[in-house]
Write a protein that binds this ligand. Structure first.
Ligand SMILES: C[C@H](N)C(=O)N[C@@H](Cc1c[nH]cn1)C(=O)O
Ligand SMILES: [Zn+2]
Ligand SMILES: [Zn+2]
Length: 483
């Protein structure tokens, strides 16, 4: 099928007309503090699943199910902590139509005003044509986008061109715990007729050109716990007399990665697939610059100066980031304490052909060796908290073509085909368990500040994003079924 514009203008007009309602829907979603990484906020994550069930019910979805995933596995503070449920729903069940499964997540990263936000993070605040709030771009905006598409069709009295299944999870930001098993279980049940999977949960590379994404890095997240004294101690009384856990931890963490971003754990780079000549040439055609990277990071701290080097280091090579130290003094003022127990957190973004299990072995053995060399009387436990695989696909299929046409129709330009430096742990599982293609169709821009302070979604991205998601369903519905 070549690109012939479908008559979608009434849909676009309806989406424009419903803009205030769509902003209100996102505002309600953002106000729920569904932070999966904070155990104390788990009831809010569950509240967010109930919010979605209510929305789906009002929009006429059928067979809505909340799938319980049981108890969260260790390491966790509360051994009874339950995982938030998976929300499933179906819109349409016509055997003559194709079935699209859309996945998104309703949990968010932590946020507090004290981190430096200009507005309250859990309040959607509009400043000109920008909506600020935690989850606005990652991933509540896109999740609301799918609901908005259904609302627009209902109000137009239009049939949806495909059957739509939704799968929304509440643990994506914390490793998608429990979802792999559920997908395996439902592959031949709830998901049995799925033709393709579409995920809107990443971002454009820059700020002006839409993209379609065919690759993700994986993420293995680790912690190093070091235990020493029986309690936090006065540094005047015990300093110099006891081995301090923080000193050991800092020594170890400082030997994981260097200041140029090079991972120092032996063996990691040996597993990385070499960059081929053909692949090298792909980077030349992508629209991006070091200036855009600096603008998005709000600094001039880029480690690489050419577009090709930046993109390879974002998409193609592994990276190791140090995230924090639990138990360390972090407030203002000057507290003279020796922390008794500290837990260092870091993650490695993985790429083809890194073997996740082999990586864990290299990481844990290296840390234990560094600790042994310290001859410290303290004790150490280094472990994996969660992992998620990298994913790279071939973007020459009906789903990507439909997204290409939809993007051209709405944005009047051809999108770039990109990979993503972030991770969506469940992507490969969908591809393998359902045996279908997966498409990543992002809504937000590269400077949206996902995971950062002042996360935002530009209203044109939200509204045109809804049009793009809706158009994608129409273009995809026109392809002949492969079944
Ligand atoms: C790209 C996606 N919106 C996202 O932010 N994913 C997270 C997933 C993750 C993996 N481990 C912890 N969170 C990310 O890339 O950090
Ligand atoms: Zn996300
Ligand atoms: Zn995220």
């Amino acid at each position: 099928m070549s690109f012939n514009k479908l008559p979608l203008e009434p849909l676009y007009e309806k989406i424009e007309e419903l803009k205030p309602k769509f902003i209100e829907r996102l505002s309600k979603a953002v106000s729920i503090k569904s932070v999966s990484g904070d155990e104390s906020l788990r009831p809010n994550v569950v509240e967010m699943s109930a919010f979605l069930v209510n929305e789906l019910t009002n929009l006429g979805f059928e067979d809505i199910q909340l799938k319980d995933l049981g108890i969260q596995p260790p390491p966790v503070n509360d051994p009874e902590l339950r995982l938030p449920p998976i929300v499933l729903g179906r819109y349409g069940n016509d055997s003559k139509k194709k079935t699209v499964l859309v996945y998104g997540h309703y949990d968010v990263q932590p946020a507090s005003k004290e981190d430096g936000w200009s507005t309250e993070p859990f309040e959607l605040v509009q400043v000109e044509d920008i909506l600020y709030g935690r989850g606005s771009t990652d991933d509540k905006g896109p999740v609301m986008g799918w609901l908005n598409v259904i609302q627009a069709h209902r109000e137009l009295g239009w049939e949806l061109p495909v059957n739509l299944l939704v799968c929304f999870e509440g643990m994506e930001e914390s490793g998608s715990l429990g979802l792999d098993d559920l997908i395996a279980k439902e592959a031949k049940n709830y998901f049995k007729n799925v033709d393709t999977v579409c995920i809107s949960d990443n971002y454009w590379l820059g700020t002006t050109k839409p993209v379609l994404t065919y690759g993700l890095r994986g993420c293995n997240y680790y912690q190093i716990a070091i235990n020493g004294p029986g309690a936090d101690l006065h540094s005047g009384v015990f300093g110099g007399c006891v081995a301090e856990p923080m000193t050991d931890l800092i020594k170890i963490m400082s030997q994981l990665v260097d200041g140029k971003g090079k991972i120092l754990i032996p063996g990691v780079y040996d597993m990385v697939a070499p960059v081929t000549e053909e692949e090298n040439s792909l980077y030349d055609d992508i629209d991006f610059s070091v200036e855009e990277l600096n603008a998005a990071s709000g600094s001039n701290t880029a480690l690489h100066q050419t577009k090709q080097d930046i993109l390879k280091h974002r998409w193609r090579f592994p990276s190791l980031s140090l995230h924090g130290i639990e138990g360390a003094f972090s407030g203002g003022g000057a507290k003279t304490v020796i922390p008794a127990k500290v837990i260092g957190k870091f993650s490695i973004r993985t790429v083809p052909d890194i073997d996740s299990g082999k990586l864990d072995e290299l990481v844990i053995n290296y840390i234990n060796k560094l600790f042994k060399d310290l001859s410290s009387p303290n004790t150490i436990k280094a472990e994996l908290i969660h992992d998620g695989n990298y994913w790279v696909s071939n973007p020459f299929n009906d789903s990507f073509t439909a997204a290409l046409y939809a993007t051209q129709h709405v944005w009047n330009m051809k999108p770039d085909f990109t990979r993503e430096g972030g991770s969506i742990p469940i992507t490969l599982t969908f591809e393998q368990q359902l045996g279908t293609d997966v498409l990543l169709l992002p809504m937000g821009r590269g400077d949206d500040g996902a995971h950062s302070i002042n996360e935002k979604l530009n209203i044109p991205n939200y509204i045109n994003g809804c049009k793009t998601l809706g158009s994608y369903l129409h273009y995809y519905g026109k392809f002949e079924s492969n079944k």
